[in-house]
Design a protein around this ligand. Sequence first.
Ligand SMILES: [Zn+2]
Ligand SMILES: [Zn+2]
Length: 274
Amino acid sequence: MISEKKNLILRELEEGTGAAVSATEDFSGLRAGLRIWFSDFEVKHGPVAEMRAYGLRGHRVELTFGNFSGMVLDQIQRAQLEDIQLARALIKSIRPEVEVTIADQTLTDWTINSGAFRMTAKVRDQARPLEDSAIVATCRDVIVPMMAAMAELIGYDVIDDKPANEIAPYEGAILASTVKRRERNPRNRLLCIRLHGEKCIVCGVEPQHIYGEAGSIIEVHHLEPLATLTTPRPYDPETDLVPLCPNCHRAVHTRRPIPWGTDELRKMREELHG
Ligand SMILES: [Zn+2]
Ligand SMILES: [Zn+2]
């Protein structure tokens, strides 16, 4: 039964979303499942993901809101367009074989307007759906992006490293802090890794292959941040973020205010090392 895998599931979700997650067995349906929610909210006060077996070879995950989610829903109404785009991009990053549906809405422009919101994902193609590897795959493929999307919309642990009394003196500084916030946002990092993997796009190093367990050090770089000062274009989390190893990331930011381009850095490396 899926409910017996609770600890495995909690570990995967906490690692994947960076948020504290709680779960309880749920015997209300035909098959025992697991109800999963953010520990910071009570189960009735926020988004809840329910995971159950589906057919003989699959899992079904349904995300709904508890009966007393009013405050969380209000908070979601205040989400910025950028948070909404990131949430949508996270859901879009679920592999296409998984059937994701949102009641009465499309996957490209969904929003959460009421507690009736319902998102369902069906994973069908698992040979042994009750084995740990299949459970872990559904957590990583489906539940992590779903919960991360909700965390982004709710504004879970918003990163703001600007001291409260510091007022950005010029537009470049405002932009630089926006870039830093995007690069440090754990959900942007998650999306970037889901879309591009963990290989540095400049030097090709994949830290996990070198350091194993200690190798989760790939960083997220925001392309073209200050160059667009004169002609700003809308931020796109799918194309504007790339993975860089910590060395290359430090290297691109040695030029200020406009960092070296990743192509420029690659060329510098090639000139020295062929
Ligand atoms: Zn690198
Ligand atoms: Zn950067």
